[in-house]
Design a protein around this ligand. Structure first.
Ligand SMILES: [Zn+2]
Length: 91
């Protein structure tokens, strides 16, 4: 089988990403991309005085995520999170 035969477009992720965004996010465990600390999202330091919400690592103060809600849209920047682990129902 050729690699090209295994290639799909982004629509193939629809079901999996639906599980990600349906999970209880405050219980998800985030890994800081800067210091490697692992904490539940609910334990992050959050600042809401910005145009959106900013969550920082309580250990090294790196920005882990930014969330802006405006004009009928949501912008989610997870650039500072190297991994987000969440519980889902077992198959
Ligand atoms: Zn950190």
């Amino acid at each position: 089988m050729e690699t090209a035969d295994l290639k799909l477009d982004g629509n193939a992720l629809g079901g999996l990403l639906g599980e990600v965004f349906a999970a209880e996010i405050t219980l998800a465990r985030s890994t800081c991309g800067s210091c490697g600390a692992v904490r539940e999202v609910g334990a992050l330091a959050v600042y809401i005085q910005a145009p959106g919400a900013v969550a920082r690592c309580p250990g090294c103060d790196a920005v882990l995520l930014r969330l802006v809600r405006a004009e009928g849209r949501l912008w989610l920047d997870l650039q500072g999170v190297s991994c987000l682990e969440m519980r889902i129902q077992a198959d």
